[in-house]
Design a protein around this ligand. Structure first.
Ligand code: PSV
Ligand code: MN
Length: 388
């Protein structure tokens, strides 16, 4: 069995992955949103489910909220509820993609009334952050156009800069803004923040409290995402990850499911660039569980991140550097691949037990009866899902 050194175990112990509240609600495609017995009806129940993931893994201490999906009367009360369950409220995600007014844009809109409404929504999100104690405001914009000539793409960048500045100016010294990019969808011809370069250009002109959010699902097939990770870390602008996997588009599948090697390569660059257990770089999941049970889906996800982190930490960096220095192409590649092919699961299981956790969190959760309990208890009401 591979053993993990004390240094590696210390690094793993410090790992925290933020869960998205929306992963616990129903989700689907534009064809159908399927339901699951026991799905939360409100943010309180979503947080209770997220706390289960942390209870079995000690890997998921924070829960991100999406506004207005997670609007409540009293955010201090929601914060207490989370803390009673051993988790904290994390990133606040704004939402400018489900309101009729935003059909042709929000922070980039040519109509000042609509643009101001979108800015005000973000200011409201910052008020919520003040109450929840959240540090980060995450902005993903669904705006763009479908046809060449439809809109003035340059003027939209200028309006975006102005809108973001107004939002940025409201942040406290402890708060940050992270700007996510996505190269297509729901707009198909152009997107106003399509790539890391645009996000970087926008946040760089705002100031130190603005960073880039990298969603692993938001790149064209074949994109070298680890290169982007390296570059953003090098520039000091990697604020957060939205982890998930894709086969074809923005599939929002379990992180590490589609391409574990890609996850390894990304985390290796995080480790090498000083981004692991660095408070500046938030590890978040942004996933949907359309057909599988949601809580085990999230447990599987955080375990996948942990496993790939352990493997990335196993890379013999001295041997790698020496091989690189000697231009030993195959030698360097072999050092890298050796770590990737190492099965760390038995060592991680043993380490979990030594910390009082179940060796197999998936099995322990399944045996706990929680899934059956919520299915029996949560009858009536409206299950949470996109829009609720
Ligand atoms: C958009 O595809 C996105 O990745 C953004 O992070 C949104 O906030 C999230 O998905 C909503 O599901
Ligand atoms: Mn995302």
């Amino acid at each position: 069995m591979t053993t993990l050194s004390p240094d590696i175990l210390t690094a793993l112990e410090g790992q925290g992955i933020e869960l998205p509240s929306w992963a616990f609600g129903n989700s689907g495609t534009r064809f159908r949103v399927f339901t699951t017995p026991g799905t939360p009806r409100d943010p309180y129940e979503k947080i209770a489910d997220a706390a289960q993931v942390n209870a079995y893994t000690k890997l998921a201490p924070n829960v991100a909220l999406h506004i207005p999906w997670d609007k409540v009367e009293d955010y201090s009360d929601l914060r207490r509820h989370a803390e009673d369950l051993g988790v904290s409220l994390g990133t606040i995600n704004s939402n400018t993609f489900q309101d009729e007014d935003y059909k042709f844009g929000a922070l980039t809109h040519h109509d000042d009334r609509i643009r101001q409404k979108a800015i005000d929504h973000h200011l409201e999100c910052i008020d919520i952050m003040d109450a929840t104690g959240s540090r980060d405001l995450k902005i993903w914009l669904a705006e763009g156009s479908n046809y060449p000539g439809q809109t003035d793409i340059r003027a939209r960048q200028d309006r975006l800069q102005d809108s973001l500045q107004k939002i940025y100016d409201r942040l406290s010294d402890e708060q940050r803004l992270v700007l996510e990019y996505k190269f297509f969808e729901p707009a198909f011809y152009h997107t106003d923040v399509p790539d890391w370069g645009t996000s970087y250009a926008q946040v760089a002109s705002l100031g130190d409290k603005a960073m880039v959010c990298l969603d692993t699902g938001h790149h064209a097939p074949g994109t070298n995402i680890e290169f982007i990770v390296m570059q953003l870390l090098r520039l000091g602008k990697l604020g957060s990850f939205d982890f998930n996997s894709r086969f074809y588009a923005d599939d929002d599948l379990i992180v590490g499911a589609a391409d574990p090697f890609q996850l390894f390569r990304i985390i290796f660059e995080v480790v090498r660039g000083g981004g692991l257990n660095n408070p500046d770089v938030a590890f978040m999941l942004d996933q949907c569980h359309n057909v599988e049970d949601k809580i085990p889906g999230q447990i599987r996800s955080v375990l996948n991140v942990q496993e790939m982190t352990a493997r990335a930490l196993l890379v013999d960096r001295d041997a790698l550097a020496a091989a690189q220095q000697q231009s030993d192409v195959l030698g360097a590649n072999a050092v890298f691949m050796d770590a990737f092919y190492t099965d760390v699961r038995p060592a991680l299981a043993q380490w979990r037990e030594s910390r009082g956790l179940a060796a197999d969190p998936m099995a322990a959760y399944a045996a706990s009866g929680y899934q059956q309990q919520i299915a029996a208890d949560r009858v009536g009401g409206t299950q949470a899902g996109w829009g609720a």
